[in-house]
Design a protein around this ligand. Structure first.
Ligand SMILES: Cc1cc2nc3c(=O)[nH]c(=O)nc-3n(C[C@H](O)[C@H](O)[C@H](O)COP(=O)(O)OP(=O)(O)OC[C@H]3O[C@@H](n4cnc5c(N)ncnc54)[C@H](O)[C@@H]3O)c2cc1C
Length: 473
């Protein structure tokens, strides 16, 4: 046989092999598909003894749910419930798809973040909790809600309390609601190192250590506190009306839209945490999910959910942009085992291969401030954001103020990382100087947003027609 003939034979053989291989894969795929279809879920008893199911398709999910059993959506794909069905395609103003964001968070990031924020380095946050509202100083709100800070003469308090060492447990100082008070218990071994820098996006000077207190975040979860009525409304209204561009549409410039979406996404996240960890029965101190509230405040407004995804991607981009800095930083608190684990987890987060492959550029900051008036616009938006951070001092509930301040500092840190150099200049990690507290705020914020995405997809399927009927429109 000629050389040409042998080559033709070899090519034929290769083709036959490819077809056989393809057919085998197809058959295997069909078998797996049929198996999944006919075995709708794997069920097992959970730690409380009740049955839990992992559903693998929508009808199994619906059937199991209708039977009132606990359920985990056992796939990396977003939950198929009707309230979240519009979450498809690319997140507007970003570079990744909703499905990808959900699966990355659910499958990779959430777990790492949850462990990271429990490490000593990330659980202590330095904060000025004094409510010192510069916008409406005379409304008396602080005296009502936080006597430890605003009303009582200093000499009435022991030194330890002034230093933030004493547990605040007088409910009368918190509008009658003990759940709104911040628990100040802390472990003093953990404060070492890191230089002091100011953040140009916040009103506070982060280098000023007067009146600061350290708070153990694990003792003060962000959840329902009973802070409702005119006071929070006034703060939110001021944030949106004075500082954001409420009418966000396609004509609004990209930079203004970004600021609005960041705030709205944060607001959505706060609302989800309140609905996910709600005081269902004060008499028995029963806490749990409140689907009616989730529907009223979040699910019936798809743009609020979309803004949450946007804010998550924005902060994630800042974390990945500062990855070299964060991977090399010193997470020293005096406990070698925990500190080593903190550094490992941080590297796992910032160098995550799946994240880099699936969503390499969560947000493209290079598109910002490019117009003729870019510099002016940046100064303007920076001033707006400073005002927003100053408004946190007007929050009349200590625990809400704590998380409000932490999360605005987290956003300010993301803004600082993304916009510390002009778009025309290359980003150099050597020029980035972050304060320890900024990193703590940034990572805790990312974790809050990540948890919100999880809670959203967990509670949304619980929402029934009856819940919707009870919801506020
Ligand atoms: C910074 C901050 C932190 C807080 N933290 C807590 C907390 O930890 N625990 C707690 O129990 N309470 C907290 N609160 C109070 C809480 O956010 C609500 O204000 C309160 O529960 C009353 O809710 P509401 O239903 O009246 O509407 P609000 O949530 O107060 O909303 C006010 C108005 O803003 C608009 N709006 C609502 N959501 C969005 C959104 N995502 N995007 C755009 N616009 C929106 C709507 O027009 C709405 O009527 C906090 C308040 C602030 C300002």
């Amino acid at each position: 046989m000629s050389a040409d003939g042998r080559e033709a034979d070899a090519a034929q053989e290769k083709k036959r092999l490819r077809i056989r291989c393809f057919n085998s894969l197809m058959i295997a795929g069909i078998v797996v598909f049929l198996a999944i279809g006919t075995v709708p879920f794997v069920s097992f008893p959970d730690s409380t003894g009740s049955q839990t199911a992992v559903a693998s398709n929508k009808s199994a999910f619906d059937q199991w749910w209708a039977e009132g059993k606990r359920l985990i959506w056992g796939s990396d794909a977003p939950c198929p419930c009707e309230h979240l069905q519009n979450l498809t395609g690319v997140v507007e103003d970003c570079c990744c798809e909703y499905e990808t964001v959900y699966s990355l968070n659910h499958g990779v990031l959430h777990k790492v973040l949850q462990e990271l924020v429990k490490q000593p380095f990330f659980r202590y946050f330095k904060v000025k909790l004094w409510c010192d509202c510069q916008f409406w100083p005379d409304d008396g709100m602080c005296r009502l809600r936080d006597c430890s800070v605003c009303e009582c003469p200093e000499n009435e308090f022991p030194e330890t309390h002034r230093n933030g060492q004493l547990k605040m447990d007088d409910p009368s100082c918190q509008e009658g609601k003990a759940v709104a008070a911040v628990d100040r218990t802390l472990d003093s071994r953990v404060f070492k190192g890191w230089t002091d820098t100011d953040n140009p996006w916040t009103a506070d000077d982060e280098r000023d250590n007067e009146d600061i207190t350290y708070v153990n975040l694990l003792l003060n979860p962000e959840r329902y506190t009973g802070y409702i009525g005119p006071s929070p409304k006034r703060v939110w209204d001021a944030i949106y009306q004075q500082n954001c561009f409420r009418q966000v549409d396609r004509d609004t410039c990209a930079e203004a839209r970004v600021l609005f979406r960041l705030i709205s996404g944060l607001h959505t996240s706060i609302s989800i945490h309140i609905a996910a960890d709600y005081l269902l029965d004060e008499a028995t101190n029963k806490w749990g999910a409140n689907p009616v509230m989730l529907y009223s405040r979040v699910l019936q407004f798809p743009d609020r959910v979309q803004n949450l995804y946007f804010t998550f991607l924005f902060v994630l981009r800042a974390v990945t942009k500062a990855s070299d800095y964060l991977a090399q930083a010193e997470y020293s608190t005096g406990n070698q085992v925990e500190d080593k684990r903190t550094a490992e987890l941080m590297r796992e987060l910032v160098n995550n291969k799946r994240l880099r492959a699936a969503c390499p550029l969560p947000f493209d900051e290079g598109q910002m401030w490019r117009g003729e008036d870019g510099v002016e616009l940046k100064q303007q938006i920076q001033q707006h954001f400073k005002n927003i951070s100053a408004l946190m001092d007007c929050i009349g509930c200590e625990k809400c103020r704590l998380w409000g301040k932490l999360q605005t500092l987290g956003l300010a840190t993301a803004l600082k990382i993304l916009f510390s150099v002009e778009p025309s200049e290359p980003f150099a990690v050597e020029n980035l100087a972050l304060q320890r507290n900024e990193v703590i705020a940034l990572i805790n914020l990312l974790n809050r947003l990540s948890e919100s995405l999880e809670s959203l997809h967990e509670i949304a399927p619980m929402v029934t027609a009856e819940h919707i009927a009870k919801a506020r429109w």
